[in-house]
Design a protein around this ligand. Structure first.
Ligand code: 48Y
Length: 344
């Protein structure tokens, strides 16, 4: 059995995570889910976004499934739950995969997840607010290795997106990326982040694996969803010994509780989790693709379906595929003579 720690969060987080768990349970019985709380309510009660003892248990899990949480702009002393988890679990690489259900193309973004302007180093002193944009050799090297590995696995190149014409940190980062890619035998193209936004919108599918620092990666990965819906985009946050999977969308409090949240981002995140655990998430992706091509979708994708309808639709595609495979297997081993094989 695999242990998966679940933090549903708030807003639409619980709805989409329940959907993802239903789908996972339809493909495997090998995962036990353990539930933890976190976010603003936990902070109000205990003064921390997640309890230290829960964090200890979460660290011992094989993976984490996370929904979404709302982070207020002005709650004194509060630090975002997801940023806390990324830091505490050492999740330095954020892989975001934007699907195109029509022809299987994907936009792949690797976002550095631990440094840059998210370093947490900064201060407000005497009328000056400072956020330190930290780039370390260790941080740059490990994310470059992750991205180069991803490019190799996909048989493609890297596009490193930066602002090295202005920022000292990106000049440093750029040298590391070229060195590491050379070591891996991966080709690197590069682009300056401001003009790259136009390329990403006009021609999103021809950049191989896109690699960027934390804040640029945050912005680019939302932008890259303009041709689809933010609601379908999954992500994996990877560390040395654990990974956390979450839809890229936020908690969307405006539609929470109405049963119309798009569960696909969470379901595809769960499929990435299955891959990470060595359980193969591709049947979930394939069932999702088949459902999207002919099923009723949630309002963010122009449909009128509920979260539950989409989830059940994907599960019946999955079950259909499993039955078909069993049928083909029965024919293959000769238990069913081919001359009576299924009609219609
Ligand atoms: O995961 C994301 O892309 C979110 O935008 C978070 C980020 O900046 O990385 C923000 C998380 C939060 O508001 O708690």
């Amino acid at each position: 059995m695999y242990r998966v720690a679940v933090i549903k969060g708030d807003g639409i987080g619980p709805e989409v995570i329940d959907a993802a768990i239903e789908v996972v349970n339809a493909v495997t019985g090998r995962i036990s889910f353990e539930y933890y709380e976190g976010g603003v309510e936990t902070f109000k009660r205990h003064g921390v976004p997640v309890l230290e003892e829960d964090l200890e248990e979460i660290r011992k899990s094989d993976a984490v499934l996370f929904g979404a949480t709302t982070t207020p702009f002005d709650l004194p002393g509060y630090r975002s739950l997801i940023l806390t988890l990324r830091r505490e679990l050492g999740l330095y690489a954020n892989l975001r995969v934007i699907p195109d259900f029509n022809d299987g193309r994907e936009i792949v973004i690797v976002r550095e997840n631990s440094e840059g302007l998210y370093s947490g180093i900064g201060s407000v002193v005497e009328g000056r607010a400072v956020d330190v944009r930290l780039i370390t050799r260790e941080g740059a090297e490990r994310i470059a290795r992750f991205a180069a590995g991803e490019a190799l696995r996909r048989g493609t190149f890297l596009t490193f997106v930066h602002k090295a014409n202005v920022l000292i940190g990106d000049r440093f980062f750029r040298r590391v990326v070229f060195d590491v890619a050379g070591e891996y035998g991966v080709d690197v193209k590069e682009a300056i982040v401001d003009s790259f936004t136009i390329k990403l919108v006009r021609d999103p599918w021809s950049h191989g694996v896109i690699l960027s620092e934390n804040l640029f990666g945050d912005i680019l990965s939302d932008l890259a969803t303009v041709h689809t819906s933010l609601g379908v985009v999954p992500s994996g946050n990877y560390g040395e010994d654990i990974a956390l999977f979450e839809p890229v969308h936020g908690s969307a409090p405006d539609i929470a509780g109405r049963g119309i949240a798009n569960p696909i981002g969470a379901i595809l995140s769960a499929s990435m989790m299955l891959d990470y655990l060595g359980l193969d998430g591709s049947p979930v992706r394939e069932a999702t693709r088949r459902y999207v091509l002919r099923g009723n979708l949630t309002p963010d994708m122009g449909g009128t379906a509920t979260t539950g309808e989409v989830t059940r639709g994907i599960i019946s595609e999955l079950i259909g595929a499993i039955e078909e495979e069993l049928w083909v297997e029965e024919i293959r081993v000769g238990r069913i003579p081919t001359d009576i094989s299924r009609v219609g």
